[in-house]
Design a protein around this ligand. Structure first.
Ligand SMILES: [Zn+2]
Length: 223
């Protein structure tokens, strides 16, 4: 069932691990099939470098197991809730990446103070309050922290969460946020994080110069 979607979720989870965004079996990835509304999601407690597509399970938006031998991610309630309530979202990725999680521990948002952060996020990546992992309140509380532009939030004392139209996009958002969090953390150590002017943030978000910053990928992300 949904072989291609399960393979895409597996390869994205492996890419997330190989990019250093999680360790071992931390984090989780899901994708929604546009035709059926069913969700392919990573299994719980299995390292992404050892799983096959048959370890990826299929659930529905009400958390019912539809296909698979494995136990779905412990964060399935959050994934199912967001897939159910955001019709424009087809991919969700959750990481514990190092620098983004440092901001989450401080319960502090990540400002769009680099051109990449401004271009990809168009504003501050907000930090939601701590919610117990795996609980039914993870979905509604965290979803309320995504703004109109926001396709990333921090999960207080926990990690980061990305939603979008496809798996390629959410992985790229996670990599970009981690890079920016690293840079801003270190700039803060120098004593000053100079904000970009709001109109410049808006311009970067709307008109990222293609030649400077992975223009083709940005076009793909916007598509
Ligand atoms: Zn987590």
């Amino acid at each position: 069932m949904l072989n291609n979607l399960r393979e895409e979720v597996r390869s994205t989870a492996l890419a997330m691990l190989e990019a250093g965004l999680v360790v071992g079996s931390q984090g989780n990835v899901s994708a929604k099939d546009p035709a059926t509304g069913l969700i392919a999601i990573t299994p719980t407690n299995m390292s992404y470098d050892s799983i096959t597509k048959d370890d990826i399970v299929i659930v529905d938006v009400d958390q019912r197991l539809i296909w698979g031998e494995r136990k779905p991610s412990c964060e399935t309630p959050m994934h199912s809730y967001i897939h159910k309530h955001r019709k424009d979202v087809y991919a969700i990725l959750h990481t514990h990446s190092h620098y983004a999680t440092i901001f989450a521990i401080a319960n502090r948002g990540i400002p769009p103070a680099t051109i990449n952060l401004a271009a990809y996020f168009g504003g501050e990546v907000r930090c939601a309050p701590y919610v117990r992992t795996g609980s039914d309140t993870m979905g509604p509380i965290n979803l309320s922290y995504f703004g109109e532009k926001g396709e990333a939030i921090l999960l207080g004392n926990h990690g980061a969460l990305f939603i979008g139209s496809n798996l390629h996009k959410v992985l790229k958002l996670a990599i970009t946020l981690e890079e920016g969090a690293n840079q801003i953390y270190h700039a803060a150590l120098l004593g000053n994080v100079v904000p970009l002017p709001p109109d410049e943030i808006q311009w970067l978000f709307n008109n990222l110069p293609g030649s400077e910053i992975e223009g083709q990928e940005k076009e793909m992300l916007k598509g």
